[in-house]
Design a protein around this ligand. Structure first.
Ligand code: CA
Length: 233
């Protein structure tokens, strides 16, 4: 399993061969990946998963990349996600148009994969300064992603790998309500098919592990919506 503290990148590309090349190369650089093959799917995934960065092809069926970009940048949940646009068009006017829509960077096809990776890294350094190995904190809960260590009120908390990944996801965006489907995609992976009740079981285990002594339950069940890390249960 890749490290959950590695940045999550959404690749939006309708050509399967291109998608595969991008996924292979970004995956071997250690990025966690989400894939979308059209604009609608991209919008849904971006909103649901809040990736750390989006690589977005300009030429897409139905909703073009530039419209996807415009919509992402107009919504509060997704407007801060950095976007790199990929395009076959090299004209300066298109570049300006892309950047005007809010794209953070722009690469013309055919591009070198090394250049793309360098741009992805540069953009993430700008937007995700805490980076890998940071300690996340929520109330009296601390998660050290470098040491893979969790403490609550200074006491070590022992977690299984799934519970650790769940907590990491929660702590990356405290108070955000996660649907069971989005937790499944994020923690188990987009291509796994497991029962949603499995998510409940592992959230239950995480809750139990964190709720010791006088410590309040930090996980809120939001009926019909999912779970969030929030003391105001
Ligand atoms: Ca395309």
């Amino acid at each position: 399993m890749e490290n959950i503290s590695n940045p999550l990148v959404l690749i939006v590309e309708d050509e399967p061969a291109q998608l595969e090349v991008l996924s292979y190369n970004l995956g071997s650089e250690g990025f966690r990946l989400l894939q979308a093959m059209d604009g609608e799917e991209a919008l849904l995934l971006a909103e649901e998963q809040e990736p750390d960065l989006i690589v977005l092809d300009w030429m897409l069926p139905s909703v073009p990349g530039i419209e996807v970009c415009r919509q992402l940048k107009s919504k509060s949940a997704t407007k801060n996600i950095p976007i790199i646009m990929l395009t076959a068009r090299g004209e300066e006017a298109d570049k300006v148009r892309g950047l005007n829509t809010g794209a953070d960077d722009y690469i013309v096809k055919p591009y070198s994969i090394n250049e793309l990776i360098a741009r992805v890294r540069a953009l993430l350094r700008r937007t995700r300064p805490s980076g890998v190995g940071a300690t996340l904190e929520f109330g009296d809960i601390q998660l050290d992603s470098e040491m893979h260590r969790v403490t609550r009120s200074g006491h070590p908390v022992k977690l299984g790998p799934i519970e650790y990944r769940l907590l990491m996801t929660f702590m990356e965006k405290p108070k955000r309500v996660w649907s069971r489907e989005s937790l499944l995609d994020r923690v188990w992976g987009q291509d796994t098919f497991i029962d949603l009740r499995t998510v409940d079981v592992h959230v239950g285990r995480l809750r139990k592990a964190l709720k010791f002594g006088e410590n309040p339950d930090p996980i809120r069940t939001v009926r019909g919506a999912g779970y969030s890390l929030d003391f105001e249960g």
